[in-house]
Design a binder for this molecule. Structure first.
Ligand SMILES: [Fe+2]
Length: 363
C-alpha cells in the first residue's frame, strides 16, 4: 500500500453536490480510518496571521522563568496559562517529560452550568501582564477559526459514516475546547541524537485536534526553514496483518493546508472506525533549534456520554470501550494520567461524604 495521507477540501463537503461530497467522504474515511489524520484545504483559517502570533508568544517565552512562573497554575491543572517544561508526560513515555513549554487559553466561552460542575476544566483565561503585542487577539482569532474548520470537518465526518450530519457537532457545544501554543525547547550539543523527543508518542484524549502549522527558529533565534530531515510530526498507521506495529509516516501538510487529527473521544464514539492517531514530535539532530506550533483541541461537552454510537455496536466494540463514562470524568482521569491534575482529583469521582456518618457516630 502506498502511504499517502489524503487531503479533504472543506468546500467539497459543504457543496451540496453529491459527487463532490462522495469524493471528500471517501478521502475522509481513508484518512481517519487508516492514518487518523487528514490534510484540510479551503479551511478558512487565516494562516497569514500565524507569524505575528508566534512572534508575540516568542517574546513571552523569552522572559525569565520567574516572570512566567505566576502563570503556571497547578491549581487549574494547567488548563489555562503557562505549562512549565517538565510538567506534562505522555502516558506511553514511562515518565520521560516532553521538551516543551506551552500556553493554554479557551477561544470560546464555557457553559455556566458546566463551569460550576467542572471548575478545573473551564477556568477563566489568564493573560500575561505587559501582554506581547497582539498575543491575546491573535490567540483567540486563531482558536475560533480552527474551531469552525473542525466543526465543518466533523459534519463531513458524520456524513462519511452515514450518520446525521450534526451527530458530532451537537455533542460538543459548550465543551472545554482549548487552544494551545507550544515552544519546543532547544537541545544542547550533548543532547542531540540521544533519543530525546520534543513530544513523546501519544494519542490525544479529546475529540479532534486542529494543527495550523508551526515555525522553526535557528540557533540565532531567527525564523528559518526546517533544520534537518529528522525533526517533525510522525504518525503511526493502523495495525494491519502485514504491519502489526503500523507504519510511521511523516505528516507534512501540502502548501495552504492545515492538519486535523482524530482523538480518543472520536475513536470511542465510532467504535474504532476512526482511530486516535499515535503521533510523536521528533527533535532535530542539530543543537540550538526551537519550534513554535499551536493546536486547537475540540472536546465533547463534559456531560456527554462517551461510548460507541449504536451504529457501531458489536460485542467486541462494546468490550473494547465499556464502561460508558461522561466526557468530563474521562477528562479528569486523563489529566491525572498525564501529570497535569493531582491524583486526589480522582477522589471526587464518587461519594466523598463517608466521614459524615463517622462524625455522627462519634458524637
Ligand atoms: Fe498530540
Amino acid at each position: 500500500m502506498e502511504l499517502q495521507i489524503p487531503t479533504v477540501d472543506l468546500h467539497d463537503l459543504s457543496s451540496g453536490d453529491p459527487a463532490r461530497i462522495a469524493r471528500a467522504s471517501a478521502a475522509l474515511r481513508e484518512a481517519f480510518g487508516v492514518y487518523g489524520l487528514v490534510y484540510i484545504r479551503n479551511h478558512g483559517v487565516d494562516t497569514g496571521n500565524l507569524n505575528s502570533f508566534y512572534d508575540a508568544f516568542r517574546s513571552f517565552v523569552a522572559r525569565p522563568e520567574s516572570a512566567k512562573r505566576p502563570y503556571g497554575r497547578a491549581d487549574l491543572w494547567y488548563q489555562r496559562g503557562w505549562t512549565p517544561p517538565n510538567t506534562e508526560v505522555a502516558v506511553a513515555s514511562g515518565g520521560q517529560p516532553d521538551f516543551k513549554e506551552c500556553y493554554f487559553a479557551a477561544p470560546l466561552p464555557g457553559d455556566p452550568a458546566l463551569i460550576a460542575q467542572y471548575p478545573e476544566l473551564y477556568p477563566e483565561n489568564i493573560w500575561p501582564e505587559d501582554e506581547p503585542q497582539g498575543f491575546q487577539r491573535g490567540y483567540l482569532a486563531l482558536g475560533k477559526a480552527l474551531h469552525e474548520a473542525g466543526l465543518a470537518l466533523l459534519r463531513g465526518s458524520a456524513l462519511a459514516l452515514d450518520l446525521p450530519e450534526d451527530t458530532f457537532a451537537r455533542m460538543l457545544d459548550g465543551g472545554p475546547h482549548v487552544t494551545r501554543v507550544l515552544n519546543y525547547l532547544p537541545l544542547g550539543p550533548d543532547q542531540v541524537n540521544t533519543g530525546i523527543l520534543w513530544g513523546e508518542e501519544h494519542t490525544d484524549f479529546n475529540l479532534l485536534t486542529l494543527l495550523p502549522g508551526g515555525r522553526f527558529y535557528n540557533p540565532a533565534g531567527e525564523p528559518a526553514g526546517r533544520p534537518d530531515d529528522k525533526s517533525g510530526l510522525y504518525l503511526r498507521t493502523r495495525a494491519s496483518a502485514e504491519h502489526p506495529n503500523g507504519q510511521m509516516v511523516r505528516g507534512v501538510a501540502p502548501e495552504g493546508c492545515i492538519v486535523a487529527q482524530v482523538g480518543q473521544q472520536l475513536e470511542i464514539l465510532t467504535g474504532g472506525a476512526f482511530l486516535a492517531t499515535p503521533h510523536v514530535i521528533t527533535a532535530p539532530g542539530v543543537p540550538g533549534w526551537t519550534r513554535l506550533s499551536s493546536a486547537h483541541f475540540m472536546h465533547l461537552q463534559s456531560n456527554q456520554l462517551l461510548f460507541p454510537l449504536q451504529k457501531f455496536h458489536t460485542p467486541e466494540v462494546i468490550r473494547s470501550y465499556a464502561p460508558p463514562v461522561l466526557a468530563g470524568t474521562y477528562s479528569i482521569k486523563t489529566l491525572v494520567d498525564i501529570g497535569l491534575a493531582p491524583k486526589s482529583a480522582l477522589d471526587k469521582l464518587g461519594y466523598r461524604h463517608y466521614d459524615r456518618l463517622d462524625t455522627m457516630r462519634a458524637g
